[in-house]
Design a protein around this ligand. Sequence first.
Ligand SMILES: [Zn+2]
Length: 511
Amino acid sequence: MPSYSVALLAPRDPASGSGWQRILDQEGVPHHLATSAADLPGSALLLGEGELPEWAAEHIRAGGVGVLSGARALPDHEPGLAQRVRAVISGFTTPGGRWAAAPGPVTLLPRGTHPARPGAGSFRVHEDRVPKYDSDPDVLPVLATHGIGRGTLLYSPVALTELLMAEGDRLRRFSELSLVTERVSAIDKADVADTLLALLRAGFRRAGLPLVRLGRYPGGAPSVLIVRVDVDGAFAPRTQMLLDATTAADLPASFFVNADLCRAHPGLPEEWPAAVEVGQHADVHTAFDTVDENLRNLRAGAAWVEERTGRTVRSFVAPRGLWNPALGTALRTLGYPYSSDFGLDFDSLPFRDSSGLLQVPVHPYSPERARRWADETGEAPLGAAETAAYYEAVARRQIALGRPVHIYGHPEVLGQMAGVVVPALAALARAAGLAVRTLGEYAAFWQRREQMRLAAAYDDATGVLELKTAAGERDGVTIVVEPSATTSKVVLDGTAYPVVPGRELVLEGTR
Ligand SMILES: [Zn+2]
């Protein structure tokens, strides 16, 4: 039986990392790195960025399927249409119909090679214009198809993989559900990641192969609820109010305590229930340029929080959502398992940042920032019921998009709303069947999931997909198979499961 694995073409610039690597890791799709034609036999699909090397183009001409992000040139296009014009865009409409901020250059490939079709997404060379005389020129698809030889190349002119890996944040709106602004990643990476997954899915469909991936949430739940409090000042009794409300709602929360702001606004709870995660949020409330300065800030933060709470502190989220490689390296040096920095990414699935640290992105709205924004703009501040309704709307959207529900706030304002907001979130989690976890618990689940080594083989003739995991590996991690039209049966570790065409098959691990 032929092996089943996605061939990832090594990125041209290894220092920039590969956005495809992040997607494959995020989804848990079996894959291998390809640096020459010798790595290609038996590959389900080829994934590349920019331009294809000739040996990869040759593989596609012979009947293969390739997927290219940020296409700068296409093999075998018609002579005479070889112009390669660059344009700068501020964003695009995803195949799912969402607007994604994605500033940067795109290559405008020969027009005849990318006819627009439904579900392909779009971008405009001339942005923010109204069609006149029935003409709306230069609206181009985000996902396009190009036949070469007996094979197919699916491609995007938008440099999706590069956008996913780029740093840079600014003050802006971050959600279609709110006018509030925050200093967040300049790129809507959750939407960029979804677009890359759509491109990958289209590749599997074209190749006639089932897509195998790992479930995103413990026990196959539709999403996870993580409630997080950044304790930027205890503001007694408001931290206690949040602690009491989450305990009463049986909703284990994560509290990250900043030393400096708690010295200014004291009154931390005397006792912390065992189910509650207590982490630190630095000594002084910022990030620094050097590893040494960040180390000093982290060590002092941990010591202060440990002394005040009596808990061992080994987790951290970044003040002000600020992230840089020096902070990542400092956290890795101290053995911290994860961070969560909305200046780098928000609303997305967990991923490894360039320092190798696990990032667990949050939704960047806080009632405290919303209060300040209302003061600045003259808008009326949101009350407790409106804040609960906003979080619920965010949760419903995240669930619908298959993303985590990771929300946060502070004692200063959210503390006063705890009695309204927390029960509403707990009720929503029960009704929607969400897995409720602390940030640390979900990060630990994700690390177990990362350890899974899924071996797969697919027989084109019989449509049988065979999957193998190592013994004891599937603790709460599910395996998801999206069958192709010809997939007849899935065999996981020797047990056979029938396939219903067009329906996702979720195989549960032991809990
Ligand atoms: Zn903070």
